[in-house]
Structure formats: C-alpha cells, structure tokens
Design a binder for this molecule. Structure first.
Ligand code: ADP
Ligand code: MG
Length: 397
C-alpha cells in the first residue's frame, strides 16, 4: 500500500467503478462514512457507513454530484468551494473547515457534518477522498460546555455581587449612623447657643448618605423587577432637555465635590417617554461620568436626528473603557474597575440599557482608555406600543 504513485493508482472512474478488493475492504472498514469523488465532484465510490449516514443506497449516490448530500440552500456555495478545492487539492482535517458544513439525508433531515478531505491522484486525474462524520453529538457537547461555562460565570458574578451589595449598603448606613450620633451632640450645643452651621453640614451629609442608600435599594428593586420580566413604562409627552437639566441640577453638589462641571448643550427635544425612567437613565450616565470622569469637565449633547429619532450623548474625560470591556459593561453586575477604588453594584448601565430598549432605543459607548468615554443613547420620539402589557401592569399594581 505504501508506494502509491499516480501510475499505479486505483482506478475510480464513475463509468467503471473498479477498486481493488483490498482497497474496497479498507474503505468499508474505515470508521467513518467515506466517499470518493472525481474532479467534477461526481461520487464514484461510497462505503456502507455513508449509506447508513445519508440513508441512500450506494447505487442511488454513485454517478451524482456530491451536492445531492448538501442541503439545497448551501448547494451553490458548496459547488464553488469544491471547484476551487479541486484546482489546488490538499489534505484538510476534520473540524478545520472555515465554514460550517451540513449534510442532508435521503429523508431531507440535516445534520452538522465534519468532513476531512484528501487528494487522491489517479490515472484518470485528480480525485478526492472525503471522510464524513455526523457532528450533532460533538456540537451538542460543545454547546453544553459553553452553557455550563456561562452558568458558572453567572454564579461567580452573583456571589461577587452579594458581597459587594452587603458592603455597599453597609458603608452609607455606617456613615449615617455616625452622623446621627454626632448630630445629637452638635444639635444640643446649638440649642445652648452654639453655632447652627455644623448642624446644617451634618444634615447635608446625612441627606447624601440617605440618598445613596435610596439609590442602591432602588437598583436592587429594579434588579428583581427586570429579572421578573417587567419594566412598565408610564408614557407621557416630555422634553428631554428638561429631563437632563433637572437631573444635572440634582447632581450639582456632586459635580462640585468631584470638580467636574457639567456643560449641557440644550435644544428642546419633544418625545413620549417615562419621565422617571428617563431621569434614572440620565442620572446613571451623568453619575458615571462624574464617578469615572477623573475630575474633568463633563458634557451632555442633545440632537434631533433626521428619522424622527433623538440622540443624547454624555461625554467625560476620565479613565475610559478598553475595547474588550465595552460590551460587557452593559451586562448585569459587570464592572471593569476594582471595588476598592470605586463603589457600585455594576447595575446602572444594565438598568439603563433596559430602560432604553423598553423605549425602543439603543445605547452604546465610544471610548479611549485614559481619555474618557461617550455614552450615546438614541431614542424614537414615540416608544413602540404597547409599552404596557395590561396583565403585568395589574400584577405589579
Ligand atoms: N463613564 C465611564 N467611564 C469609564 N468607565 C465606566 C463609565 N461608566 C461605566 N463604566 C464602567 O462600567 C462599569 C459598569 O457601570 P455601571 O453599570 O454604572 O455600574 P457601577 O457604576 O455601579 O460600577 C463600571 O463599573 C465601570 O467599570
Ligand atoms: Mg454606575
């Protein structure tokens, strides 16, 4: 078997499908479905595994082009592939194909096919030997493995989230506790003629800690609400510029504290949307811009797009997000920064994306690491209806 030169090669023409009995036996003994094709792609030999795999008798296959074994929708592409293969035949291992291959059985059912090809020079020109395996099981195992990896990742994230959540809630709560103790003393001193300013300062700090706790708990509530499948919108006509100005006003103290002024490029932008949810969206984006903005100025741009859509972009000059993390930051619990440097649940952008998509819009980010990030939201002037499903509206009260 070793010295197979073209001169002594096997005769495998379609007209006279003569193989030596040894070669025939060898092909039958192969563990895979085997086909021999001539240069024009015509099937000239088939083994018993191939009969079983495709559900045709060998007489029904021999003399036809191999495309009879390829699903209709892929035939044209397959013919082109095969022709180019035959002009420069070389061995191709199983699973090395750059396209997903499928076979079709006599009864019309399809299966993912793993195919290896070897050139077979013969006295009658180039032939090719194809070994074909049903890849269904292997694909199923691979999918199961991926699913398992995704589940494991989700569990890790959830565990991390639980420890972050308890820490995040404890910090403002402890601050609040200390401030309440201090306030008692300061207030008593003020009552005995001491200064009132320290009391006011303590109350401001308490309001901040309370506000932070409130926002964190609201995010937790949103988490279970969105996981439960409903983010109900209460749609009303509003002006997006007004929403942005309102939120920026609420964040003024924070903006001063971190040293990032917020510039807003206002134009009246009328749309129908849920005021509270859109406020929350803007607060998440502006809050992140202040938090990750490295004390640089922040700007908000509003624009009316041609096709009745509106655009809101929030730009900061801060730490930025590397390309490989950009999609991830919109996922639940996903954070790029370390919890030691920046607090947070990793829920804000996920909730933001839910709000935007409930309004029929899109959100994306552009960024250069170390130079800042721009979050771009596009919203239709009218959200897709119905935005409130009567059943879930009743269920959530
Ligand atoms: N403006 C921004 N600049 C740089 N990184 C950001 C910005 N906004 C969000 N990120 C990154 O995306 C992650 C997810 O953001 P978010 O969902 O708001 O959660 P959180 O702010 O609670 O961490 C953040 O942890 C941070 O790594
Ligand atoms: Mg955030």
């Amino acid at each position: 078997m070793s010295a197979e030169t073209p001169e002594r090669a096997i005769d495998v023409s379609a007209a006279t499908p003569i193989l030596t009995s040894e070669v025939r036996a060898l092909l039958e003994a192969a563990p895979d479905a085997m086909l021999i094709l001539d240069a024009s792609g015509t099937i000239v030999h088939v083994n018993a595994h191939a009969e079983a795999l495709f559900g045709w008798q060998r007489e029904q296959m021999i003399g036809h082009t191999v495309e009879m074994l390829v699903p209709e929708r892929l035939r044209r592409a397959h013919t082109a592939h095969r022709s180019s293969y035959m002009t420069a035949p070389r061995p191709r291992a199983m699973g090395k194909a750059d396209v997903e291959l499928f076979g079709v059985r006599a009864d019309g059912t399809e299966f993912p096919a793993e195919i290896s090809l070897s050139p077979l020079p013969t006295a009658r020109g180039h032939h090719a030997v194809a070994a074909i395996r049903d890849g269904t099981e292997r694909r199923r195992v691979a999918e199961e493995r991926e699913q398992l990896a995704r589940t494991a990742h989700a569990l890790t994230l959830r565990d991390e989230f639980l420890s972050i959540a308890s820490h995040e809630l404890k910090t403002p709560l402890a601050a609040l506790q200390i401030q309440i103790d201090n306030l008692g003393r300061t207030a008593r001193r003020a009552a005995q003629g001491g200064p009132i300013e320290p009391v006011i300062a303590k109350l401001d700090a308490m309001a901040r800690a309370g506000g932070r706790l409130h926002r964190l708990v609201a995010q937790l509530l949103d988490l279970s609400r969105i996981n439960g499948g409903h983010l109900n919108l209460e749609i009303e006509p509003l002006d997006l510029a007004e929403v942005v100005l309102g939120v920026a006003e609420q964040l003024r103290d924070e903006s001063v504290r971190v040293g990032s002024p917020i510039a807003i490029d206002t134009v009246t932008l009328a749309l129908h949307g849920d005021r509270l949810r859109l406020e929350q969206l803007v607060a998440n984006l502006l809050g992140n811009a202040l938090k990750y903005g490295a004390g640089k100025p922040v700007s908000v741009q509003l624009a009316q797009l041609g096709d009745g859509r509106l655009r809101l972009s929030v730009t900061d000059g801060g730490i930025g997000i590397a390309p490989e993390h950009r999609a991830r930051v919109f996922e639940r619990f996903e954070r790029v920064v370390s919890g030691r440097n920046y607090g947070g649940f990793g829920l804000g952008l996920w909730i933001s994306r839910e709000i935007v998509s409930a309004h029929g819009g899109t959100i994306e980010v552009e960024s250069e690491v170390g130079e800042g990030a721009t979050f771009i939201v596009e919203l239709p002037a009218h959200p897709p209806s119905p935005s409130v499903h009567p059943a879930s509206a009743v269920a959530s009260g």
